[in-house]
Write a protein that binds this ligand. Structure first.
Ligand code: NAD
Length: 474
């Protein structure tokens, strides 16, 4: 199978190639071409022309909605093939890879439903004026995608951008770019206008940095780490390019004494061990009230130890992290935390086997001000912290530079509302981590970034309001 770059409706080779590795075995899955400067220039040129012609913007909105739904269908038809490839390159479970393609299709259906409902408004200025607003597409949207959910996160931004009539250039993640070439095939099969979308593979330093620094883009949508987000914002400042930042997190769940332990454990299972913990909104800290703490530690450790370990294609519960580098960083942070006084109730080190496997890890008695409690690990590492009072729990939960998600586990509805209102986070889950879906707005506070993706709200990232005021005076 060829994994060329999708350049404005055509498939082109790269200037260089990159070996894509299976993180579960260390074997090479495929060679992916890296788009060079010339390819990027051609993509920028094509996107600008497409935006100026209004390939999508000038389309009758209902036809644009139809196109979006066709893309959704095409994604579903190639999902099985794409999922297998995504598992091989990212290490994730096959069913989770399949869910990514299904979610990608769902984004196109969801935003397809909105393509003909982006309405401006009439503003009353008295009898001598007519005033109305128009929601115009921003133009060329440059989107930089991370490796943890490359297909669904690309679709999360691509779908609302296309539904609102923009041209888009996607920079796929260099560690697992293959799934996005399959997504590009679905766009091609659905007959997206040539020039409206390019999906290019390249490294962040080369392709990503050049794309976001270009004066020919009208917007940057970035999902990734804080340091990269900061570098991109510096580049954006040069051209005053509007940017959307979806960055990292160090999210806390607060479990009160009255929380149901089984419900909590189900959330821990997915909250921190899903995708080997490589989730921006992972439950990386679990604060437990003193009366429940010891039982919760034991149960979380037993859960971690019960997970089967293996290849994603075999549907193992626990799969590798993306790279040797990622594993090294996780292991280093965990051993420093243990030196700092945390106790490994489960795991605590890489597993002795081929591939990049970190043992599912539960650290107890983590100091709230220690490095591991404040910085993103981006791996299967749960930090458990005891607390006594509601105020103390809120202070610990809010005590990092991040503010992506947070959770409350309690049967006391008043307390759930009260605590939710005080948590500094873009979204709060009550009694179920990851509650919500593509219809619920998602984004951060503080170093977790700004802007909201998902839901109807996300559409407004991809349009700008123009006001037209008409004097009727003669
Ligand atoms: P990363 O920042 O290393 O890379 C993200 C993307 O940016 C990659 O495509 C990379 O090639 C590119 N890039 C790197 N340097 C660049 C530069 N100077 N200019 C332009 N592009 C550049 O992040 P990652 O390791 O791929 O992803 C993990 C991080 O992403 C975590 O911090 C995680 O929390 C975050 N994340 C956030 C969300 C969210 O919605 N908030 C979702 C997923 C992941």
């Amino acid at each position: 199978m060829s994994f060329k770059n999708f350049l404005a409706g055509r498939w082109v080779d790269g200037d260089d190639i990159l070996e894509v590795e299976d993180p579960a075995t260390g074997e090479t899955v495929a060679e992916a071409p890296l788009a060079g400067e010339v390819t990027l220039e051609r993509a920028l040129e094509a996107a600008r022309k497409s935006a100026e012609r209004g390939d999508l913007a000038a389309m009758v909105p209902q036809r644009r909605a139809d196109l979006m739904r066709r893309i959704a269908q095409e994604i579903r038809s190639i999902a099985a093939e794409g999922a297998e490839l995504l598992t091989r390159e990212s290490g994730k479970r096959l069913s989770d890879a399949r869910a990514e393609f299904d979610e990608a299709a769902a984004y196109f259906d969801y935003y397809g439903g909105m393509a003909d409902k982006m309405e401006g408004k009439h503003i009353p200025l008295g009898p001598n004026y007519v005033d109305y607003t128009v929601l115009e597409p921003v133009g060329v949207s440059a989107q930089v995608v991370p490796w943890n959910f490359p297909v669904s996160l690309a679709a999360r931004s691509l779908a609302p951008a296309l539904a609102t009539g923009n041209a888009v250039i996607v920079k796929s993640p260099e560690l697992d770019p293959l799934g996005l070439t399959v997504l590009a095939r679905a766009l091609e099969a659905a007959e997206v206008p040539e020039g409206a979308v390019s999906i290019l593979n390249g490294t962040g330093i080369d392709l990503g940095a050049k794309l976001v620094a270009s004066s020919r883009i009208d917007q940057i949508v970035f999902t990734g780490s804080v340091p990269t987000g900061q570098a991109i914002l510096r580049a954006a400042a040069e051209n005053v390019t509007p940017s959307l930042m979806e960055l990292g997190g160090k999210s806390a769940a607060i479990a009160f004494d009255d929380a149901d332990l089984d419900t909590l454990l189900e959330s821990v299972r997915w909250g921190i061990f899903f995708n080997a913990g490589q989730v921006c909104s992972a439950m990386s800290r679990l604060l437990v009230q003193r009366g429940l703490y010891n039982r919760a530690v034991e149960a979380c450790a037993a859960l971690a130890n019960s997970l089967s370990v293996g290849h994603g294609l075999d549907e193992a519960d626990h799969t590798p992290v993306i790279s040797a580098r990622q594993l090294g960083g996780i292991a280093q942070m965990v051993s420093a935390a243990i030196r700092d006084g945390a106790i490994a109730a489960a795991g605590g080190a890489p597993l002795a086997r081929a591939g990049h496997f970190m043992a599912p890890t539960v650290l107890r008695d983590v100091r709230p001000d220690s490095r591991i409690a404040l910085e993103e690990v981006f791996g299967p590492v749960l930090c458990m912290i005891p607390f006594d009072t509601e105020e103390e729990a809120i202070a610990i939960a809010n005590g990092t530079e991040f503010g992506l998600v947070a959770g409350v586990f309690t049967h006391d509805l008043s307390r759930a509302h009260r605590v939710a209102s005080k948590l500094r986070a873009g979204q709060v889950f009550v009694n179920e981590w990851f509650a919500g879906g593509i219809a619920t707005p998602f984004g951060g506070i503080g170093k977790s970034g700004f802007g909201r993706e998902k839901g109807v709200e996300a559409l407004f990232n991809y349009v700008r309001t123009k006001n037209v005021a008409i004097s009727l005076k003669r």
